[in-house]
Design a protein around this ligand. Structure first.
Ligand code: ADP
Ligand code: ASP
Ligand code: MG
Length: 423
C-alpha cells in the first residue's frame, strides 16, 4: 500500500462538475489500494475575489482579518470535496490547516511552516478514509491565530504533509500537463518537460514560474520529497521534479540540457540611487537602510563612477517599492546621494539550465537574440545555472518568445491550457 498526497489547484475545483471529476480521481486512487491525503485550493479565482472584496471594504485590510477571510476559500472547497467523495460511498474527512497540524510562524500572509503534527490526518487514514486538508493555511502557536502561507501556498501544504507522513509521492494536479519550458499561456509553443532537477525548478520558481510555489520546491528538496506535477484534466504523465543526487525515482537516465526553461515576471521595480559618493562603506550604508524595510533585494548594479560619484540600482518587489523609497529618502542627508527614483515598468527574464555549468557562450547567445529583436537589456545577474536580465515590461512576452526560439525550446505543437484564467 502506498501513501499518496494529491494536491488540486483552484482551476481543478472551480465548480461542482470539476469537484466531481476530481473526486472520481481520488476515489480511483483510493480503490486501487492506496492511502490518499488530498490538499485542496480555493475554488477558481475565489482567493482573488475575496481580496477584491476586502479592498472594496477598506483601503488597507488588517493582515489578521485578511488571513481569516482568505482561509475561508479553502474551507469551502475541502468541505464540498469531502461530501462529494462520501456521496461516492468512500469515507472522507476534511480538516482545516490548524486541524491538520500545520504549525507556522505568526507572519500573516507569508507564514512559514515550523512544525507539522498530522495526528488527525493519520487517524482518518487508519480508519480507511480519505483525508482532505485545506491548503495554504496554518496556525501559529505564538499568536494563537490563523495564518496563510502566501499566494500559491497550497503546494507547500502538500509537500509539508507528504514529508511529515513519509508519503511515497506528492502529486500536484493543475491546469496544464506539467512543468513546461516556459509559461504555455505566454508561449503556446512551450514544451512539456518530463523530468527536471529540483535545483532547476527552484531557480524557475524563484524567477516567476508560478506552476509551483517556491517554498514547496525548497521544502521538497530539503526533505527529499519527489514531486509529480500533472494535469487534473487528463491522464498525461506530467513532470517529475527530483534530486539527481538521490537518483531518478523511475530510474530514468536524464540527459542534462544547457537550457531547461525560461521564467519571467513583472512583479519587481527598479530603484536607482544616483550621485552616491564613491567612497568605501556607502553601499553598506544604503543597503543597511533597505534591509531595515525587510524588502527582498534581487539584482544590484553599480555604475562606474564619474567625478567621485556613482549610481546604484537594485530591484525589489513592486509591493515594497514605496516603503524602500521612503526609508532612503528619510536618510538622504546621511547617505549623501543626489537623485532617487523608482521604475515599476520593468520585467525580469530568467534563463535556467543545469548544463550552463559546463557550457560556454550561453550569455552571448542570449544577448545576441535580444539585440536582434531590438530589446534593450537594463540589468544582468547570474548564478551558476541561471542568467537573468531586466527589460522594459512591455517587451517581456516578446523577449521570452525570442529566447525560447533561440535556445531551441519550441515544440512542434501548441500546448493545451485546460482551465483557469491565469489570474
Ligand atoms: P493551480 O491553481 O493549479 O495551483 P497555478 O495557476 O498556480 O495553478 O499554476 C499553473 C499555471 O502556471 C499554468 O496555468 C501556467 O499558466 C503557469 N505557468 C507559469 N510557468 C509555467 C511553466 N514553466 N510550466 C507550466 N505552467 C507554468
Ligand atoms: N488559494 C490560494 C491562492 O490562490 C492558495 C493556492 O491556491 O495555492 O493563492
Ligand atoms: Mg498554484
Amino acid at each position: 500500500m502506498a501513501l499518496i498526497v494529491q494536491k488540486f489547484g483552484g482551476s481543478s475545483v472551480a465548480d461542482a462538475e470539476s469537484i466531481q471529476r476530481v473526486a472520481r480521481r481520488i476515489v480511483e486512487t483510493h480503490e486501487a489500494g492506496n492511502e490518499v491525503v488530498v490538499v485542496v485550493s480555493a475554488m477558481g479565482d475565489s482567493t482573488d475575489e475575496l481580496l477584491d472584496l476586502a479592498s472594496e471594504c477598506t483601503a488597507s485590510p488588517a493582515p489578521r482579518e485578511l488571513d481569516m477571510l482568505l482561509t475561508a476559500g479553502e474551507r469551502i472547497s475541502m468541505a464540498l470535496l469531502a461530501m462529494t467523495i462520501k456521496g461516492m460511498d468512500v469515507d472522507a474527512f476534511s480538516f482545516t490547516g490548524s486541524q491538520a497540524g500545520m504549525i507556522t510562524t505568526p507572519d500573516h500572509g507569508s507564514a512559514k511552516i515550523v512544525d507539522v503534527t498530522p495526528g488527525r490526518v493519520r487517524e482518518a487514514l487508519d480508519k480507511g478514509a480519505v483525508a482532505i486538508v485545506a491548503g495554504f493555511q496554518g496556525f501559529s502557536r505564538d499568536s494563537r491565530d490563523i495564518t496563510t502561507l502566501g499566494r500559491g501556498g497550497s503546494d507547500t501544504t502538500a509537500v509539508a504533509l507528504a514529508a511529515a507522513l513519509n508519503a511515497d509521492v506528492c502529486e500536484i494536479y493543475t491546469d496544464v500537463d506539467g512543468v513546461f519550458t516556459t509559461d504555455p499561456r505566454m508561449v503556446p509553443l512551450a514544451r512539456k518537460i518530463d523530468s527536471i532537477t529540483a535545483e532547476e525548478m527552484l531557480e524557475l520558481a524563484a524567477s516567476g514560474a508560478k506552476v509551483l510555489h517556491l517554498r514547496a520546491v525548497e521544502y521538497a528538496r530539503r526533505h527529499g520529497v519527489v514531486l509529480h506535477v500533472r494535469s487534473s484534466f487528463t491522464g498525461e504523465e506530467g513532470t517529475i521534479v527530483y534530486d539527481p543526487a538521490k537518483g531518478h525515482p523511475k530510474g530514468v537516465q536524464v540527459e542534462e540540457s544547457v537550457i531547461t526553461g525560461i521564467a519571467a515576471e513583472k512583479s519587481e521595480a527598479k530603484i536607482t540611487v544616483g550621485g552616491v559618493p564613491d567612497v568605501p562603506g556607502k553601499a553598506a550604508q544604503i543597503f543597511e537602510v533597505v534591509a531595515k524595510t525587510d524588502a527582498n533585494i534581487d539584482i544590484i548594479v553599480q555604475n562606474i563612477s564619474e567625478e567621485g560619484r556613482t549610481d546604484i540600482s537594485f530591484t525589489v518587489p513592486v509591493t515594497d517599492g514605496e516603503r524602500v523609497l521612503a526609508a532612503l529618502e528619510a536618510e538622504r542627508e546621511a547617505l549623501g546621494f543626489g537623485r532617487l527614483k523608482m521604475d515599476d515598468q520593468i520585467a525580469k527574464i530568467a534563463v535556467v539550465g543545469a548544463g550552463m555549468r559546463t557550457s560556454t557562450g550561453v550569455s552571448a547567445q542570449l544577448f545576441r537574440a535580444l539585440y536582434d529583436a531590438g530589446i534593450n537589456i537594463e540589468m544582468i545577474s547570474t548564478s551558476e545555472i541561471r542568467i537573468s536580465v531586466v527589460t522594459r515590461a512591455d517587451r517581456m512576452e516578446e523577449a521570452v518568445r525570442v529566447l525560447h526560439t533561440a535556445f531551441g525550446l519550441d515544440a512542434e505543437d501548441e500546448a493545451t491550457v485546460y482551465a483557469g484564467t491565469g489570474r
